[in-house]
Write a protein that binds this ligand. Structure first.
Ligand code: PLP
Ligand code: ZN
Length: 364
């Protein structure tokens, strides 16, 4: 299987250790799944790898790496809202979907040491799956990252380096190490195998409901869930099993919204912003590396970018907790955005909201 450069189109084997193309472009995967059919789901496999027919998973190494990720329930919150409980995962966030595939790939090509930068959850996931795979791992997180996420990363046996400054600076520090030392960058944004895992979010919903909800609300920092979801939805459309794209509501923090601003201004690239502090640490991404691709999809499928109001995140978290759903701040931001959107635009009916991170992680 090959990578294709998203910028110049160069093709290289996925066995490469290069994090990106020499031209600077990020890799995409040269992989087209067969048409989707319920018959090809491996119903004997009780993890997201039951959809592996539609994922770029070439051998059986995933069987040694999987921790049973995926298969999260869809729960009705009220008349209009369905919650996909995606923190019901081995490390309590949806990032396990991507990390399971990415670390299986690392194992397959013989990588023995990986580095990664993260606001915490992707670091938790990569550290856990690296542990399962027997791969040494170093995670860089920005200062202010939830102490419980840092403790988890270390518990999995990874080295965790806390970098002063913003989330974007933390990524720069990690990428410098990758360039200087040539170590493998097991990064959820750069590495396209990660998106093969996040695609399963949509396959699962479709298998569970036998339809797609009218609205799908997705948080977007770097867009790993967003892009995986778009790829899977395009696949379902092309397969003829759904007839139209659902209305995607893409959530950005009002304190860090480079994509929302670009969409509003009709610009093709993320707008330069100076991120202000936000409780929604998971989406505090000032420079999303796949921003141009995200904006292109957003235009193509009439995605609406909406703000998570900072001063309503705790209110949203409390409202969900009162109904038994205890999520982390970044996840509560999704519900805060939904509430504000409905107040301003009328109720978004039949809306699926991801509950992508667990509450205990952000108790600090
Ligand atoms: C709980 C949670 N939600 C949403 C996101 C945003 O993901 P992405 O940056 O890939 O868009 C993250 C990322 O860390 C997260 O941890
Ligand atoms: Zn290139």
């Amino acid at each position: 299987m090959n990578y294709i450069c998203s910028n110049c189109g160069m093709s290289v084997s996925v066995t490469t250790r290069q994090a990106k193309c020499p031209c600077g472009g990020l890799w995409d995967l040269d992989f087209s799944p067969p048409k989707f059919s319920f018959d090809e789901i491996d119903r004997d496999e009780w993890s997201m790898f039951r959809y592996r027919k539609y994922m770029a998973v070439s051998d059986d190494i995933w069987r040694d790496i999987s921790l049973g990720e995926g298969m999260s329930p869809v729960v009705r919150l009220d008349e209009n809202v369905l919650l996909k409980m995606d923190w019901f995962m081995p490390t309590l966030s949806y990032k396990d979907r991507g990390a399971a595939v990415l670390m299986s790939h690392c194992k397959e090509i013989g990588v023995d040491y990986v580095v990664q930068d993260s606001s915490g959850n992707a670091g938790n996931s990569v550290a856990a799956y690296a542990g399962k795979a027997g791969i040494a791992c170093e995670i860089f997180v920005p200062e202010g990252t939830s102490p419980r996420k840092i403790a988890m990363i270390r518990a999995h046996g990874a080295h965790c380096t806390v970098v002063p400054g913003t989330r974007d600076h933390c990524a720069d520090v990690c990428r410098e190490k990758v360039e200087k030392e040539g170590v493998y960058y097991a990064n959820h944004v750069y590495n396209p195998f990660f998106y093969e895992g996040t695609k399963t979010y949509i396959y699962e919903v479709f298998e569970q409901l036998h339809r797609m909800p009218k609205h799908i609300l997705i948080p977007v920092g770097n867009g790993t869930l967003f892009l995986g979801a778009i790829h899977a939805l395009e696949h379902l459309l092309w397969s003829g099993v759904i007839s139209q794209m659902p209305q995607i509501l893409a959530v950005q923090s009002e304190n860090c919204d480079p994509l929302l601003q670009a969409a509003v201004q009709g610009i093709n690239q993320p707008v330069r912003v100076v991120p202000r502090p936000t409780l929604a640490e998971g989406i505090a991404i000032g420079s999303p590396m796949r921003g141009t691709a995200i904006l292109a999809y957003a235009r193509k499928y009439h995605v609406k970018f909406i703000h998570a109001p900072e001063n309503r995140i705790l209110e949203a978290r409390a409202a969900l907790a009162k109904k038994g759903v205890y999520c982390e701040h970044t996840t509560a931001a999704n519900y805060a955005a939904y509430m504000q959107y409905c107040e301003r635009n009328g109720v978004a009916e039949d809306c699926l909201i991801t509950m992508c991170g667990a509450g205990l992680k952000s108790d600090h």
